[in-house]
Design a protein around this ligand. Sequence first.
Ligand code: PLP
Length: 387
Amino acid sequence: MEFEFSDRIKALPLYLFARMEEIIRKKQQNGADIISLGIGDPDLPPPKFILDALREEASNPRNHGYSSSIGEYDFRLAVTEWYKNRFSVDLDPEKEVIALIGSKEGLSNLARAFINEGDRVLVPDPAYPVYANGGAILSGGKPVYVPLIEEKQWLPDLENINPKGAKMLYLNYPNNPTGATATIKELEEFVEFALKNRLILCYDNAYSEITFQDYKAPSILQIDEAKEVAIEMNSCSKTFNMTGDRIAFAVGNKKLVEGLAKVKSQTDSGSPKYVQKVAAKALRTYKGPEPPEYILERNKIYEKRAQLLVSELTSLGLKCKMPKATFYIWAKCGESSMEFVEKMLSVNVAATPGVGFGNHGEGYIRFAVTCKEERIKEACERLKKIL
Ligand code: PLP
């Protein structure tokens, strides 16, 4: 039987990374030692207290029934406490907080709750591809790309966005893939823009806890009136090295949280209770705005790796800057990013071509410092052969 995909699936763009993944797979099958600086997945383990708590909670038979798709009350309470401690933001755990099976799910389901056929959705370019694809396109909406460029520090040029007919705007700082950050003042401008143009503002703060030196990433909810228009997604994935455990949360505007709850009640039954219990415990290790010691130590590891990579890439002639946050280095290759990455693969080093994040990512490569310093050094040695 020849089944046909829905128009929405057919509208998804070509998956650019497939060709790269195929090359990597074949090389690895033939025994190649590929150094992967491509994937945004922490190589460091979750802290020991999380592993111990997971073992304990998973062995409790009571933790294996269905959870509620909006999340257990105690998890939502822990999120509320975390926002109060970390950002001095007050939330109602009943109406302004919802658990997610990873923020990827929330980012796409939010569009499902609010976007009608043909609605325009403002999506940064370059960006995490889920906003345009899982969010806008799979909800029948139309992504309208907002260019992010180096000259504007990878921030949206709000004065030159045409918001006509747009219903929603995705933004993400600290940013994947560029590593850019936004100040409180810039967040104020985002909220003002959304208010003025009656836009849903979906703020993705997945990297808020991976920061260096004195930099602290703000929450959009620190801005007065943000709750009028905004929902913020955050996640335990990168904060606690728990990407596979699938636990995250969305907070903010009540109607937006309610919309997510409506979609989720028909599509999922929540993260496992034992995962929510452990995530609540992890969030409660924050006692104030300052992250706990184990997070600071982890960030120092990423920072050292990032400094090493930036210095090596710069000496190889690839322009890049040390970011204030995230574990990504965004380097200018000045040519087709796909061809550049294929050249890198010829010496068994993997990274992500910028064009995979949108047309304005062309000419750049995203490196993730998710492997040990020795491997980063070895990768740069290998790159000398092609640069
Ligand atoms: N947002 C951004 C910007 C990301 O880079 C990622 C993952 O790489 C996610 C969201 C999804 O995170 P999760 O679904 O694990 O919470």
